[in-house]
Design a protein around this ligand. Structure first.
Ligand code: HT7
Ligand code: ZN
Length: 852
């Protein structure tokens, strides 16, 4: 398997200004005719090389005549004498046999495409690189009864009936685009139809296409789409540019969704929702993903990536845009807490493990392995930091300049940073290190107070850890929003300041600090770093009580819990009094909203606790966390009981109602830890009374980790009620895989043999396998059976869908972080993976790098 390097980038030898495609669609044999207009790019005599994956050329013609061609490796090589030519090729492909779900494939009676990153070459011969932009014209023909709806990018320009019960449709996309944005769908679909008037008064037709029975579940996605369209106009000045915007939901999809120009294709879990089948989190995820894909129309489609090393150019920026949108639609502070929770859970471990890579990677074997939390979520943090450093107005000018300067181009992360610099006049030279240096920076901080002259000195030091292939790193620019809060009064001593730490160490002076200060640093998580603050006794408790910044207050609560949990995991006698006092204060506060309380009262996960230990000991972490949970549950039974007993209609999807339900579930879980018998009864009552999936799932989450008749009854009733709804059945699998039991590994092994389990559907596979692997205590069972199960599942799915398989490898790949017995067992499974004949390059890359 060969590695591809960023430094080796060369512009394309041939450009392809026009493409005409003609499809005779059939699940078993689809005939594809392609006509490319090609132009030599620059002075050279190299042949035209077109990538093909699994394709056999049936016809290859240049300028209407037989061409001088050969197949070399995965490429069709055509010698062309002149500087321009028309190339025609024909191939047959078999969508029904396409289990990788890349290229053209069948899903539940539909035919659909997924081309990012390199799926187009599984449809037809093409350079299939993002810096080759073409205008597309597409003819689709298919059996009219089976495939009454025919969709592709752009505008429908003609349609009609053909012979033998077939029909056809011609689509034209006026915007030049790279092949990864090509899309096509054929099937029996119904649309939720709506309209949107853009800021310049243009009318856009909006359609969300689903199976007819699912139409009632598309309302939230449609409202989210319109809100996103309006928001992008108001906040970024970006208007939609076609007269038609289509979304299609499909059941079998490797990722969340895809931003194909004018024809977004979605995993149905990010479209379909009603309160009976979807949780509040599902509703929020739908809004976020619908917005994300829509925002790509500018950050990705109109301005795209020059090469795949620049993936974060579109993904980091677009994640930042969807996060800002969701913050504006609900509570900014709670959204920030959720985003930071995800960053810490998914990206920090990646940055600290064998697969650490920079936001703009230097090399890859399989690009799909780089659709990571680093490229997406750390990438979004980079954009956020630029906004913080430049200020919102200059940032907006930078984004305007970026879109204006590069509209219709395929560009780099460097082009983005340069636009920000040019628009603001701020030098971002050192900031660029964030794109090239991997690893989470560590910051040490402490404050010295001099009461006699009312000053305080903040001492800061940063270090960037070594990561695979990168040592001896340079200091980065760390924007740290900082305030000093009077320990006695609880009032900030002066304004919040943006401290820019650019050196290895620095000291910053604050004036007017009369009282002993509490250090409130990295507010809003202004820099994605790990903080190590030297604090006096009682400082965190006080911050948890008085910090006016909600994010900082949340951090203080979490850090307080974390300290107690780590002490417990080390076997030290942990005093939970101060944690309980802080939690009581949060719970009964009139100033805090329920969603915030729900976040602040959620204990750090077992995974997060492990990330803070020298070597992870899953049993010690589990018992420490359960001990603290039961102490809290017992001590705060009355206050928690009040929060748990509040009822709110499931039809109310306001941020306030969602917050009440969130707190209700957190309270139930703690109550059950404090008093399992009462907890089981309350959970069963909540389950029975629930008029919405959030309460129902919240109750089941608690019951899942218990034994007894309530658990059995709830799971059986849930299965009976939802056995025909595959998205809800995924929850049934996921809840059992996430349950905390000694024998969860037995349960998941049995579930893998359940008649409703299938490795062919990525959602179902992940519901069982990914949720189990994220269940630290159960997955890291000392017997090693959890590792064996996940490895078996990876190897099984790798034979049909390598992308799904490869994304699960990191759960075993972090073996160095665990105590020696488990580390050895994990390593043995990785060795088993790499020794497997016929392994995909996707899994090979992940597993071999994890062993290195
Ligand atoms: N840009 C989309 C990426 C994507 C993808 C990548 C590889 C294989 C399958 C895929 N499906 C979608 C998703 C996004 O970030 O919007
Ligand atoms: Zn994206």
């Amino acid at each position: 398997h060969v590695a591809i390097y960023r430094k080796d980038y060369l512009p394309p030898d041939w450009l392809v200004p026009e493409i005409a495609l003609d499809f005779d669609l059939d699940p078993d044999r689809t005939h594809v005719r392609s006509r490319l207009t090609v132009k030599r790019n620059g002075e050279h005599d190299r042949p035209l090389r077109l990538a093909g994956n699994g394709l056999t050329p049936l016809v290859v013609r240049a300028n209407g005549a037989d061409a001088d061609w050969r197949v070399g490796g995965d490429a069709l090589v055509i010698e062309l004498p002149g500087n321009e030519a028309t190339i025609e090729t024909e191939v047959d492909i078999a969508p029904a046999a396409n289990s990788k779900l890349m290229g053209l494939y069948a899903s539940g009676g539909l035919l659909c495409t997924q081309c990012e990153s390199e799926g187009f070459r599984r449809i037809t011969f093409h350079a299939d690189r993002p810096d080759v932009l073409s205008r597309y014209r597409v003819r689709m023909s298919a059996d009219k009864a089976r495939f009454p709806i025919l969709l592709a990018n752009g505008n429908l320009v003609a349609s009609g009936d053909g012979e033998n019960g077939t029909h056809w449709a011609d689509w034209e996309d006026p915007f030049p685009k790279p092949s990864y944005l090509f899309a096509m769908v054929a099937g029996d679909l119904s649309a939720n139809r709506d309209r949107f008037t853009t800021m310049s008064g243009r009318e856009v037709e909006l359609n969300i296409w689903v199976r007819e029975k699912d139409l009632p579940k598309t309302g939230h996605a449609m409202e989210s789409l319109k809100a996103a369209m309006r928001w992008d106009e108001e906040v970024y000045g970006r208007e939609y540019d076609l007269d038609l915007f289509n979304i299609v939901a499909v059941d079998d999809f490797n990722f969340g969704a895809m931003e194909n120009k004018g024809l977004n294709i979605f995993n149905s879990r990010y479209i379909l929702a009603d309160e009976d089948t979807a949780t509040d989190i599902d509703f929020d995820n739908i809004a976020g993903v619908v917005a994300h894909e829509y925002f790509h129309n500018w950050s990705g489609d109109r301005v795209t990536c020059r090469d795949w090393f620049q993936l974060s150019l579109k993904e980091g920026f677009t994640v930042f845009r969807d996060q800002s949108f969701s913050g504006d639609m609900g509570s900014k502070a709670v959204k920030r807490i959720e985003d930071v929770r995800l960053l810490r859970a998914a990206q920090f471990p990646e940055d600290a493990g064998p697969l650490a890579h920079s936001v703009r990677p230097e090399s890859y074997i399989e690009i799909t392995n780089f659709y990571t939390a680093t490229v997406y979520n750390k990438g979004a943090e980079l954009i956020r930091m630029m906004q913080t450093i430049l200020g919102p107005e200059a940032f907006r000018k930078g984004s305007d300049l970026y879109f204006e300067r590069h509209d219709g181009e395929a560009v780099t992360c460097e082009d983005f940073v340069r636009a920000m610099e040019d628009a603001s006049g701020v030098d971002l030279s050192q900031f660029r290190l964030w794109y090239s240096q991997a690893g989470t920076p560590r910051v040490k901080a402490h404050v010295e107070h001099d009461a006699s002259n009312a000053t305080a000195i903040l001492h800061l030091a940063q270090s960037i850890p070594d990561t695979p292939g990168q040592t001896g790193k340079s200091p980065m620019v760390l924007p740290l929003k900082t305030a000093l809060i009077g320990a006695d009064s609880g009032v900030p001593q002066g304004e919040e300041q943006l401290v820019l730490l650019t050196e290895g160490s620095a000291s910053v002076r604050f004036e007017g600090v009369v009282e002993p200060p509490l250090l409130s640093i990295n507010r809003e998580f202004s820099a994605p770093v790990l903080l190590d603050v030297e604090r006096r006794a009682g400082e965190l408790e006080r911050l948890a009580e008085v910090d006016p910044d909600p994010f900082a207050r949340y951090e203080a609560c979490q850090e307080l819990m974390m300290r107690a949990l780590l002490a417990g995991a080390r076997g030290e006698s942990a005093d939970s009094t101060s944690v309980i006092a802080a939690m009581r204060g949060t719970l009964i506060s009139n100033a805090l909203d329920p969603a915030f309380k729900g976040e602040a009262l959620s204990l750090p996960t077992e995974g997060l606790i492990g990330d803070r230990m020298e070597l992870v000991d899953p049993d010690a972490i589990h018992s420490s966390r359960e001990t603290l949970r039961s102490a809290i549950g017992a001590a705060l039974a009355d206050e928690l009981g009040r929060a748990q007993s509040v009822s709110i209609s499931g039809a109310d999807l306001s941020p306030q109602a969602k917050g009440i339900r969130r707190l209700k579930s957190v309270a139930l879980s703690l109550l059950a830890a404090g008093n399992p018998e009462r907890g089981a009864a309350l959970a069963k009552a909540q389950f029975d009374a629930a008029d919405n999936m959030t309460d129902r799932q919240g109750a089941m989450m608690v019951l899942a980790s218990m034994d007894g008749p309530e658990r059995e009854a709830a799971f059986a009733a849930f299965f009976e009620r939802y056995r025909d709804d595959s998205l809800v059945l995924d929850k049934w699998f996921a809840l059992q895989a996430a349950a905390q039991h000694e024998d969860t590994v037995d349960v998941v092994e049995a579930l893998a043999k359940h008649p409703d389990f299938t490795v062919r559907n990525p959602n179902r596979w992940r519901a069982l396998v990914s949720n189990f692997a994220a269940n630290q205590w159960a997955f890291h069972h000392a017997s090693g059976r959890g590792y064996r199960f996940v490895t078996d599942m990876i190897l099984e799915v790798d034979r049909i869908n390598p992308q799904v398989a490869a994304r699960q490898v990191p759960s075993i790949g972090r073996w160095r972080r665990f105590e020696p017995t488990r580390a050895k067992l994990m390593r043995a499974e990785l060795e088993r993976i790499v020794a497997t004949p016929g392994l995909s390059k996707d899994v090979f890359e992940q597993a071999s790098k994890s062993l290195a």
